[in-house]
Ligand binder design. Structure first.
Ligand code: TYM
Length: 350
């Protein structure tokens, strides 16, 4: 049976972007494949969370994974930090990863820029200049730079062939494939398959934010969380940015409006979508009505998940058991791969 791996960073509650970009695929794949879904707590260290936050956030994500319908009887659900073998593979992969290729990844540049609070950095050159500035107290960590090698290690430690992710992970996935390939060619082996991104439909999903442009994200401050109640959702949706409306029939939708429609396409019925699309094309659209419908549909979608989150969170024993069993299963799979890796590199296998 083919193996599937994916993870989510525990940096807050899960939002609609996580659900429709990743978790929806997890639910489908767990029925057919050997799935490993984990909580990427090592990855969250790039933002230097407090130890209490690390524990609490991991627990939150575990409850939310379960509430979404990830079934621990079907898929292996574990904490990244419970499988130490991944860190060893990360070390080996780093030995063959170039600083140049890591520095060129868009997400590194983006995050490095954010961490350094460089408001008006130019897209090229200035980030590098700041990185080498030893007096910079917001120094950019080697952990941030090597984020893609850790992600590659997560994936190939189980020899995964499919990785369900959202559009924003495309470049990291490309790096993962590259590092898998490089290991094979460096040692003249055929140990790691090249992992492919998996999307539910024929193209990658990007759930938009409703605040104008870009994607929905925790750090973008525009997320609608699965645990949000009806009132909160209503408030967030009603605040969505719109414009004065189309002046001519069948005009192209500007980005802010297209985002609203994309969201409706994701959570609402086809009828509701078509109704507002037609109104837009006839220049009769009333954004207030559209937002009300959207808020209602999002609430309807989130309500049962929210209920299960609260329920599962109150059952500490159950969560601890799921994490323990998941850790054992993931460890077993990882240890097997690592034995081969050590032998190939020239170390004692055990
Ligand atoms: P993270 O924690 O940022 O996001 C988790 C998953 O949610 C998807 N996602 C979205 N999809 C569509 N639209 C959005 N607005 C949106 N926001 C988030 C992400 O694409 C992702 O699939 N690097 C990863 C975590 C990771 C990982 C891995 C993933 C670590 N190791 C190994 C796969 C395999 C990340 O930061 O995801």
């Amino acid at each position: 049976m083919e193996t599937v791996v994916s993870g989510i960073r525990p940096t807050g509650n899960l939002h609609l972007g996580n659900y429709f970009g990743a978790i929806k695929s997890f639910l489908k794949l767990q029925e057919e494949f050997n799935c490993f879904f984990f909580i990427a707590d090592w990855h969250s260290l790039t933002t230097h969370p407090h130890p209490d936050n690390i524990r609490n956030s991991a627990r939150t994500i575990l409850a939310e994974y379960l509430a979404c319908g990830i079934d621990p009887e079907k898929a292996t659900l574990y904490l990244q930090s419970d499988v130490r073998e991944t860190a060893e593979l990360y070390l080996y992969l780093n030995m063959n990863a170039g600083i140049g290729e890591l520095m060129r990844t868009a997400s590194f540049k983006d995050k490095a820029r954010k961490q350094m609070h460089i408001a008006d950095a130019e897209s090229d050159g200035s980030v590098e200049k700041e990185i080498f500035n030893e007096n910079n107290k917001h120094s950019v960590s080697a952990g941030l730079l090597t984020y893609p090698t850790l992600m590659a290690a997560d994936i190939i430690i189980h020899k995964a062939v499919k990785v369900p992710v959202g559009k924003d992970q495309e470049q990291n996935m490309e790096m993962a494939r590259r590092f898998a390939r490089r290991f094979n060619t460096t040692y003249g082996v055929d140990l790691f398959p090249e992992p492919a991104s998996f999307y539910m439909s024929d193209k990658a999903v990007k759930v938009p934010g409703l605040d104008g442009s870009g994607k929905m994200g925790k750090s973008e401050g525009n997320a609608i969380y699965l645990v949000d109640d009806e009132k909160t959702i209503h408030k967030k949706v009603m605040k969505a940015v719109t414009d004065a409306g189309p002046k001519e029939p069948n005009s192209k939708k500007p980005e802010v409006i297209a985002n609203l429609f994309t969201m409706m396409e994701i959570v609402s019925s086809k009828e509701a979508y078509n109704f507002f699309d037609e109104k837009y094309n006839n220049c009769e659209i009333r954004y207030g009505d559209m937002k009300k419908q959207l808020a209602e549909d999002i609430s309807k979608f989130c309500a049962p998940i929210r209920e299960r989150i609260l329920d599962i969170q109150s059952n500490e024993d159950y969560m601890a058991k799921v994490a323990r069993i998941g850790a054992e299963k993931a460890h077993e799979s990882a240890a097997k791969t690592l034995k081969e890796v050590r032998q190939i590199i020239g170390f004692r296998p055990e």
